[in-house]
Design a protein around this ligand. Structure first.
Ligand code: PMP
Length: 293
């Protein structure tokens, strides 16, 4: 089967898909993206991703390349043409193609690119196998609420984690607080059983998976706190996990080489994974998607 990509109005074979060398996404990382997860043929969290995309575009003053509804059609068409029932759709919008000048170009259409990737279906067994994270300084800019394609610090952090034999790197700000992972949100369960993840602010990307897990917790009557937590608090935690559209809800059993809790995947983590999967199967994603910074 030939993989098909969407590039500025055309469906093209993946190996031929290309953007112009003066696309501002390529030259300046002047663009934004979203990664949509498909679960058993269902597009998860579409409204949340679209609302967040709108926020990113608005903050950067990039125009929608086409309507939300039309983008929804292209997403489904890319899923269909690539036979993605379980997997991901990647969407990127850049400010467009123009002579290389820093200021915004005039009268230029934004660029739109989509690709699809098939993946094995979500596997709870695998997600329950604990992974390690390391902590690194958060050296990024100050607008993590914008889903910018400018991901250098995230790439360097993820590579550092990989080389350390860890799954993810948790980024730590100047106050010693964990903001988030390089591609996921960070969560702990304190010794008192409090479920904690960083509050929505410019310091984190408000994950669609994060929102889903919070709504699933609320639905099940599980208390949670949205607040920063320190590295010391994380090291003393009973449980930890990460969430993202590509990692789902993955148990963390070590931080900087130190075992979390008793080293086994925690009770609440296991419960939250079950609740998360039930929630997306029942509701298709978070229902309340209005808070982006
Ligand atoms: N934080 C960062 C920095 C990310 O890159 C991601 C994944 N795009 C997330 C959090 C999680 O977001 P989501 O649950 O929407 O995938």
């Amino acid at each position: 089967m030939t993989r098909i990509a969407y590039v500025n109005g055309r469906y093209v074979p993946h190996h031929e898909a290309a953007v112009h060398i003066e696309d501002r996404g390529y030259q300046f990382a002047d663009g934004v993206y979203e990664v949509f997860f498909l679960h058993h043929g269902r597009l998860i969290g579409e409204q949340g991703h679209m609302d967040r995309l709108e926020h990113s575009l608005k903050e950067l003053r990039i125009a929608w390349p086409m309507s939300r509804r039309a983008i929804g059609v292209v997403i489904r068409e890319i899923a269909r043409r690539n036979r993605v029932r379980d997997g991901f759709i990647y969407l990127q919008i850049s400010r467009g193609v123009a002579r290389r000048d820093h200021q915004f170009p005039k009268d230029v259409d934004s660029s739109l690119v989509l690709t699809g990737r098939r993946m094995p279906p979500l596997n709870k067994e695998e997600l329950r196998q604990g992974v390690g994270v390391i902590t690194i300084p958060d050296i990024r800019w100050k607008r993590h609420d914008i889903k910018s394609v400018s991901l250098l610090p995230n790439i360097l952090g993820k590579q550092q984690a990989h080389e350390a034999g860890a799954y993810e790197a948790w980024m730590v700000n100047d106050q010693g607080m964990v903001t988030e992972g390089t591609l996921s949100n960070a969560w702990i369960v304190t010794q008192d059983g409090e479920l904690v993840t960083h509050n929505v602010s410019h310091a984190i990307l408000n994950g669609i998976t994060r929102l889903t897990v919070l709504e699933a917790a609320a639905e099940a009557g599980i208390q949670f706190s949205e607040r920063p937590f320190s590295v010391a608090e994380a090291l003393a935690a009973k449980e930890a996990f990460v969430t993202s559209s590509t990692s789902h809800l993955k148990a963390v059993t070590s931080i900087d080489g130190q075992t979390v809790g008793n080293g086994h995947v925690g009770e609440l983590t296991t419960r939250m994974l079950d609740l998360y999967v039930d929630f997306i199967e029942n509701h298709g994603g978070p229902q309340n998607t209005s808070s982006w910074n």
